[in-house]
Design a protein around this ligand. Sequence first.
Ligand code: GLC
Length: 459
Amino acid sequence: MIVNQLTQHRASLIILIMCKLTEIKKIISILTILILANVCRAQLNDERMQWFADAKYGIFIHWGIYSLGNTSESWAFYNKQVPYADYMAQINQFSAERYNQTQWAKLAKQSGARYAVITAKHHDGVALWDTKLSNLSIARQSPAARDVLSPFIKALREQGLKVGIYFSLIDWSHPDYPGFTRDSNRYNVADDTLRWQQYLNFCHGQIEEIMQLYSPDLIWFDGDWEHSAKEWQAEKIREIIHRHNPNTIINGRLQGYGDYDTPEQNFPVTRPNLKYWELCMTMNSSWGYRVNDTNYKTPFEIICILTDAISMGGNLLLDITPKANGLIPQEQVETLNTIGRWINKHSEAIYGTIPGLPQGHFYGPTSLSKDSTSLFLFLPAKTFGQIMLKGISSTINKVTILGTNHQLQHKVVGKISWSPVPGLIFIDVPKEQTDSTMTVIKVEFDEPIKLYRGKGGLN
Ligand code: GLC
């Protein structure tokens, strides 16, 4: 009897273990499926982001009724520097009479940009295109009397540049938008959700209109800070965009629903959080054209900033400010051309590269070819003589000055035969071979570069 009970007990124990095992197996297969799905999603996302990651440099264009040059864009009335009516009256002088979209697109291309982002609508609510959802547009109210956005989008595509559209979520002119000036609100969202929904219908409607008309490669939102993701219905915005074009990239100003980080003006010292990022920066101190703003960054300074961004895996979106008549200020044209000449000579070190060496190996920005067999060293202006590389375990094949094919000598210093710690590499850069703006050195290896990251000494 007892023996029988024991056998029964053992049998149920075995069945229990078997059940548990099948459960565990089930859980493991579900987990594997989930992990695989995530890997696939990340891969698809990387494919979608690839052109952006490879592009490195884009042109930002702020053009609107503020481009007469006397006030800042939108903020002028928000911060009460000018009365709202005076600010809006600028629309009566927006002529676009010298506007040549092909010249704009060619200039961007010549400058080395792979994409451009233009303000379809800033916080003041004035649309550059002929929106069917409002009368507040250049087409309907300005002497330019036409849609000035569509021709530029077409010209960009003709030049083979990717199309980015800036769209302000904020619309301080819309009667159903809560915010108006820094100390006056029309209403609070919580007190009138119906009115807020009316605004959202309009805002989402304009986004849909933009997607239908242009199906841009990139949509660049601004002003998300005034409301939460829930209030903007950010998830729905993303869904509207991707319903029209699943490949459209969204910048980081959609309360957590964007594809890349968007630091503005202030340069990051460590890499931003998201894998992809883009620094947007003015060429002088203003986003829109200002008659008196001559505080220009030099081409050298901009190139320094560009290479630093590339070194950390980011892009530079450099702003230009056409005037209300459509002319681009001469200083900006010249700077863009100088940058273009430099980029053209050094394109291999820029487009399609991946982030360079981590801090500590070289005193300057660097980038790597996708297969990591070529390392590019950007030398700050007029650097020549011996430059030093540290912690490079791979053997160097060849060193050249990029854009010249001039081969350089190098020397390994301090290598101890029995130690795994690599020696220091000194490369000789002759003064006569340097670039007048910034020299780039190409260091080639016959394997993907290996780095030593230790603390020296015996290991
Ligand atoms: C800002 C400003 C704006 C400018 C923009 C560019 O946050 O509101 O005027 O257009 O960023 O990044």
